[in-house]
Design a protein around this ligand. Structure first.
Ligand SMILES: *Cc1c(COP(=O)(O)O)cnc(C)c1O
Length: 454
């Protein structure tokens, strides 16, 4: 079963076996899976050689382009040494070196690293860690979690419980733990009638109210700092985060910063919390961590939290949390290679230089379109929110699947754009060039015009 198959035969075989993620498989009857052969930089190529510009970084993880030579070579070298080893009582240079190098880039105070193999697992780890920390420091009453409405933290039961997107969570409601939801800032449709430049974080009163009522029983507040990714690349002010840090301190509530999507330069700084100049008590990283090469995530915390678990074995205070692939050497090696590229090639600075170019080009091209409500951006992330009416900001019915229709047209044009409902967005590899941006926008415009003509 190799070269002789036609594209159609590969697709049929795929559908015979594979249950794709986050998909209604019936949709594949009219849009068969694209069989990718290879990738280079921001581009993917299918087995017939058709090119796709990957402006979503293959679900936000491909940080530095596909098939990066430095990362490839480093992984190849590591592969001949050790592919994986049990991480309890054993260790290896790539993991140690990674923590050492990463610790110098982290917000102050974060210095203890607990490895897992995907973002949701890192979130579960953070929740358990926070719960057990309070339990072991004389606060067994702190058993609840606070989170934003519109948040997303992954799809395992605990992670879904602290997320709020009905699309992923609604059906599982009877299974989820009861969390306290705080109305998230919504700067495009501000309920206080403010806009981004004239606001005093009025919406923070919702958090204050929740803390007044539930702060004492709360273990942690988990946030996507600055950028609520899956909610439609919603961006909120750093000031909010600063106030939240202070409020968490006041109530002895751990602040968990889920940097899985926003970390690693996506918002223009190494970590999104850097915009607010704060440190969380616990931080999760994944996605960009290995440049999209290897499934790996880390839950990073402070000496203080770590110390609450440190005792004689028979005290039963250890964090008995593990994943088979914890600290995988190939993952750590990929993550080290990512840091090499970031440092040696000044990637963050270059991406920041490119950011206004992308944002201006998008505004020039799309802002006068009758269905473009807002173009918001931070770093190279740009979101175009489509609305029925610019003035009323009325939303398209999700049943019309406007985003999905545009997605299909974009694929025909050679663009991998995967809208979040009615929000089209760019979250490209940080290495994207001007030429690639221009070409992607041309393709995006063609796709949009076919569904929503001017
Ligand atoms: C993607 C994501 C996760 C979940 O990571 P997985 O590896 O898909 O489990 C968690 N939090 C945020 C903010 C994410 O964007």
């Amino acid at each position: 079963m190799t070269k002789e198959l036609t594209v159609k035969e590969w697709q049929d075989k795929d559908l015979e076996y594979i249950w794709h993620p986050c998909s209604q498989m019936k949709d594949y009857e009219e849009l068969a899976p694209i069989v990718i052969d290879h990738g280079k930089g921001v581009k993917l190529y299918d087995i017939e050689g058709k090119e796709y510009i990957d402006i979503v970084s293959s679900w936000w993880c491909n940080l530095l382009g596909h098939s990066n030579e430095k990362i490839n070579n480093k992984i190849k070298n590591q592969l001949d040494k050790i592919e994986h080893v049990i991480f309890a009582n054993f260790t290896h240079k790539p993991a140690i070196e990674l923590c050492d190098r990463l610790s110098k880039k982290l917000p102050e105070g974060l210095c203890k690293f607990n490895f897992s193999d995907n973002g949701s697992a890192a979130v579960e780890c953070a929740l358990k860690m926070s719960f057990q920390y309070h339990y072991q420091t004389g606060h067994p009453e702190k058993i609840r979690f606070m989170c934003f409405t519109d948040g997303y933290h992954g799809e395992t039961i605990g992670a879904l419980s602290v997320g709020s997107l009905d699309l992923y969570a609604k059906i599982y409601n009877p299974l989820l733990i009861d969390t306290i939801r705080v109305q998230a800032p919504d700067c495009y449709r501000c309920p206080y009638g403010k806009c981004r430049d004239n606001c005093n974080i009025e919406c923070f009163e919702k958090a204050e109210k929740a803390f007044a009522e539930f702060g004492n029983e709360t273990s942690a507040f988990i946030v996507e700092p600055i950028l609520q990714g899956s909610a439609g690349m919603k961006i909120y002010p750093a000031k909010y985060l600063k106030k939240l840090r202070a409020l968490c301190d006041k109530y002895n509530v751990n602040l968990i910063a889920d940097e899985i999507a926003a970390g690693y330069g996506r918002t223009g700084k190494m970590f999104a919390v850097n915009h607010a100049d704060i440190s969380p008590n616990i931080m999760t990283v994944s996605k960009g961590l290995t440049g999209g090469y290897m499934p790996m995530a880390i839950t990073i915390t402070t000496q203080k939290i770590y110390d609450a678990f440190y005792s004689e074995y028979n005290d039963g205070k250890a964090f008995m949390h593990s994943h088979t692939y914890s600290g995988n050497p190939l993952g750590c090696t990929a993550a080290l290679a990512v840091l090499d590229v970031l440092d040696e090639e000044n990637i963050l600075e270059k991406a920041q230089d490119m950011a206004p170019y992308l944002n201006n080009k998008l505004k020039e091209t799309f802002l006068n379109h009758k269905n473009v409500g807002e173009i918001r951006s931070i770093g190279l992330i740009n979101a175009i929110e489509l609305v029925i009416d610019k003035k009323t900001k009325e939303e398209f019915d999700s049943k019309d699947r406007i985003g999905y229709q545009i997605y299909k047209k974009a694929l025909q044009e050679g663009l991998l754009l995967r809208p979040l409902e009615n929000v089209l967005y760019f979250n490209p590899p940080l290495t994207i060039t001007k030429e690639e941006i221009e070409e992607a926008i041309i393709r995006m415009e063609k796709a949009l015009e076919k569904i929503l003509p001017r």
